[in-house]
Design a protein around this ligand. Structure first.
Ligand SMILES: [Zn+2]
Length: 379
């Protein structure tokens, strides 16, 4: 989904002096952190809430995780709950014992058994649950899927507005909502969707959109601000419809939710809260597989064509993401995930050239008046 965040907005700083998210294991809160390495002492200094946590580089471990390989999830040896999440992969090269499992395994039989128990739980959480998710998705009833989506959406709204305690507000200007509905109708008729959609706009500057289980599609205000034409926004809309049709969000949520459930049993609510928030973040990032993204793009272009909208609009919108965030490694917005954005733009303009050559004509997706109303949906 689509893919963000710690919740980061905009481009990430590249160097150490980088940013991360710190989970103290005591409160259910994602705390923004600033990271730097003290070369002299060979320690990582994590500045969080005006405090400094000092982690010796030799004691930093990587937490294995199936759900997302884009981010580094780091722990401190001997501490079961504290976590640091960062995109700064260069940090990994500075930690010599990153993948060491546990240096105390041989200390005694009891500890050995405990490690074996932990290992079996880890197997369930990181290997079996993610594998089962695809099968579970086949059995979950439509009502269950919708409820899963609603719960996730309310978690996201709460998680993203920690400064004030109210959940992130929906944008509900009546004329804007009507214009968005007109766009939805035109596109969903063309897409022949198997499920009704629930479409929401969240008042947040992030340039992003994502789909949730049960036909929920969520746009952030920042995306609507960035789109220059209704067709560009419609292209993202159609892309998210592609995820809905292939049920990518459901499998993704089951993978994460399954892990949440098992981790909750393991650590209790105490650490579970932090884990829930942590995984909520990933639902927004929704880094689907390369194949899933390519399929959603193909679906989007076919839908646009059926709706008499230029398939090239998808590439036009992607170009704006590229201009805004770059195509750098580690950028976590949904649309910046692989396959490389440049390739996706090229596919879209190639398709546009094909249909233009066969006499394709387009019809505006919204009137100027509707587009102005949609632009003002958060007023
Ligand atoms: Zn996508």
């Amino acid at each position: 989904m689509s893919d963000t965040m710690t919740i980061h907005v905009g481009p990430r700083p590249a160097a150490l002096g980088a940013l991360g998210t710190y989970f103290d294991g005591e409160t259910a809160e994602a705390q923004p952190a600033r990271l730097r390495i003290e070369e002299g002492q060979q320690v990582l200094v994590i500045e969080v809430r005006g405090q400094q946590k000092v982690w010796p580089l030799t004691d930093i471990r990587r937490v294995p995780d199936q759900a997302d390989r884009e981010q580094l999830v780091l722990a401190l040896a001997g501490d079961p709950v504290v976590r640091l999440v960062t995109d700064e992969h260069r940090l990994a090269q500075r930690c010599p014992n990153l993948s060491r499992r546990n240096s105390h395994v041989k200390r005694g039989r009891v500890l050995g058994w405990a490690m074996a128990a932990l290992a079996s739980v880890a197997l369930i959480v990181f290997v079996l649950v993610p594998r089962m998710a695809d099968q579970l998705a086949e059995y979950i009833p439509p009502e269950g899927e919708k409820a899963l989506g609603e719960t996730t959406l309310s978690q996201i709204r709460t998680a993203m507005n920690q400064a004030n305690l109210e959940p992130l507000p929906f944008c509900e200007n009546a004329e804007g909502v009507a214009a968005l509905k007109a766009m939805e109708t035109r596109l969903s008729d063309a897409a022949n969707l198997p499920v009704p959609l629930s479409v929401h706009v969240l008042d947040h500057p992030m340039v992003n959109a994502f789909a949730l289980p049960g036909g929920h599609i969520v746009f952030f205000k920042g995306l609507i601000d960035t789109a220059e034409t209704p067709e560009e926004l419609g292209a993202v809309f159609a892309h998210e419809m592609g995820h809905v049709v292939s049920r990518d969000p459901t499998r993704h949520a089951l993978r994460s939710a399954g892990s949440i459930g098992v981790l909750g049993l393991l650590f209790g609510d105490f650490a579970g809260g932090a884990v829930v928030l942590f995984l909520t973040e990933r639902l927004i990032e929704a880094q689907y597989s390369q194949a899933a993204e390519a399929n959603a793009d193909t679906f989007a272009m076919a839908t646009l064509e059926n709706a008499e909208v230029r398939p090239g609009a998808l590439g036009d919108m992607f170009q704006k993401f590229l201009d805004k965030y770059g195509d750098a490694e580690g950028t976590s917005a949904h649309f910046l995930s692989h396959p490389k954005l440049g390739d996706r733009i090229a596919n879209s303009s190639a398709r546009q050239a094909e249909v233009t050559a066969t006499g394709f004509t387009d019809t505006p997706l919204l009137t100027d008046q509707q587009w102005t109303a949609l632009k003002g949906i958060c007023r």
